[in-house]
Write a protein that binds this ligand. Structure first.
Ligand code: GRF
Length: 216
C-alpha cells in the first residue's frame, strides 16, 4: 500500500475527488494524511469526517520559508509518504523542499502548461483570447508551475465565458484528471524518459471536456 499525503490550503475539492476515487476504486494506496497551512481550510473537515488524519502547519508561525518548509516536511514525513499531492496548496516551496520530494510530488495547475503559470490563469486565458484552456497535473520541480506533465484536460473557451464560468467548467475536469494521475502513480505506471512522463501501459494523457459548443 502506497502512502499518499495531500496538502491543501482551502476548499479542497481536488483532495475530495482523490479521496473518493481512492476509497471507491480500491487503489493500492491510502490517503495517509491531509495537511493544511491554514487552520481554517474547509477541506480539513471533509478529510476528518472520512477517517483521514489531518494536521495543520500554519505558515504564519514561522519567520521564513525555510523554517516553514522544514516543519512541513517533518509533518509530512511522519506519515511515511510515497507520494505528496499538492491540491490547491497556495505556498511557494523552497528548492530544498522540492528536492526532498523529487519524483514523488504532484501538483495540479489550472492552465495548459507551459501557458499561464502563476495566478489568475482564467483571466490570463481570456485576456489573450485562447480558444482552448485546461488544467495540468505535473511533477513538481523547483521552477514554479513547471515540471514533467503527467496528464492534461482541455476545455473550449466560449465567447460568453468569464473567469468564473471557465474556472467552474475546468474544475469538473480537474476532478477527473487528478485522481487518475494519482492512481497511475500509486499503481507504479509512471516513469520519466528524459524529462517526459510515460505511462505504462500506454493510455491517453489528455482528457477533452465534452462541452464543445454547437457550430452555427
Ligand atoms: C484548483 O483550481 C487547482 O487547479 C488550483 O487551485 C484550485 C484548488 O481548488 N491549484 P480545490 O481547493 O481543490 O477545490
Amino acid at each position: 500500500m502506497k502512502n499518499i499525503v495531500i496538502l491543501i490550503s482551502g476548499r479542497g475539492s481536488n483532495m475530495e475527488a482523490i479521496v473518493r476515487a481512492c476509497q471507491s476504486e480500491g487503489w493500492p494506496g491510502r490517503i495517509a494524511a491531509v495537511i493544511s497551512n491554514r487552520p481554517d481550510a474547509a477541506g480539513l473537515g471533509f478529510a476528518a469526517s472520512h477517517g483521514i488524519a489531518t494536521a495543520v502547519v500554519d505558515h504564519k508561525g514561522y519567520p521564513d520559508r525555510e523554517s516553514f518548509d522544514a516543519a512541513l516536511a517533518q509533518a509530512i514525513d511522519g506519515f511515511s509518504p510515497d507520494l505528496v499531492v499538492l491540491a490547491g496548496f497556495m505556498r511557494i516551496l523552497t528548492a530544498g523542499f522540492v528536492k526532498h520530494y523529487e519524483r514523488r510530488m504532484l501538483n495540479i495547475h489550472p492552465s495548459l502548461l507551459p501557458c499561464f503559470p502563476g495566478l489568475h490563469t482564467h483571466e490570463q486565458a481570456l485576456a489573450v483570447g485562447v480558444k482552448v484552456h485546461g488544467a495540468t497535473v505535473h511533477f513538481v520541480t523547483a521552477e514554479l508551475d513547471h515540471g514533467p506533465i503527467v496528464l492534461q484536460a482541455a476545455i473550449e473557451v466560449r465567447q460568453s465565458d468569464t473567469p468564473d464560468t471557465l474556472a467552474a467548467r475546468l474544475l469538473t475536469q480537474e476532478h477527473v484528471i487528478y485522481p487518475r494521475a494519482v492512481r497511475w502513480f500509486v499503481e507504479g505506471r509512471l516513469s520519466l524518459d528524459q524529462g517526459v512522463v510515460r505511462v505504462s501501459p500506454d493510455v491517453s494523457q489528455l482528457v477533452i471536456g465534452a462541452d464543445a459548443a454547437e457550430v452555427a
